[in-house]
Ligand binder design. Sequence first.
Ligand code: DGL
Length: 262
Amino acid sequence: MNAYPIGIFDSGVGGTSIWKEIQHLLPYESTIYLADSKNAPYGEKSQEDILKLSIKNTELLLAQNCKLIVVACNTATTNAIAYLRRTYNVPFIGIEPAIKPAALNSTAKKVGVLATKGTLTSSLFHSTMQNHAKDITIIEQQGKGLVELIEAGLLHTDATRNLLESYVRPMLNEGIDYLVLGCTHYPYLIPLLHEILPEGIKIIDSGEAVAKQTQKVLGEGLLLSASETIGRHQFFTNTDANLLERFVSSVTKEKTVRFLDF
Ligand code: DGL
């Protein structure tokens, strides 16, 4: 089973930010990535719909013999991972806004969290906040519209910069010193954030932590690849293969990016 691929899914291209970290840490693993761009954004959908889409993606990956599934989407993790773990017999790795390290390190005791509506309204997000951020102020901001802009490939436009700034400015006015990126699409906005944020404001995203957790869980389950050749990577999108290709093209040649009607 250890030669089987790691399955990864997201509502679109954003989870490639997680895939990059996994591929970097675990170069001998093969992966299958599903970009459900047709149904993006998940963040504005009901919990029931997010669950249905997460089940669809999971079953497709399991049909391809994936040995472990990375839910590379905060919205799907916070709304569906408990059900997925109860229902399917493979390990699942999820991603949630990294409030804990921000809360531990914030000297201002004020942390901003930029995430989707689906994540910010989930009970998992609220229990994480209760457990790890009791003595600090969390300033939540929904990033409505940002996922759509990233899915359109508009990473460096004035429209994207202005919308992002309109979300971040009120948090800065409140005096945050940490900004937690609670959506796997948002790391693609880091170059714009560096332009917007004053020096000293730290950005936290959880991609590297997810890759380390994937390595740990594969190791514990004796599922790490024993191969000595670089892994193969298959990417599927139900919209535009050229767009997905742009997000992963710089990283590896050992890959295919294809359209699949799922
Ligand atoms: N990448 C997803 C996340 O991490 C985006 C959610 C969406 O499609 O709205 O939450």
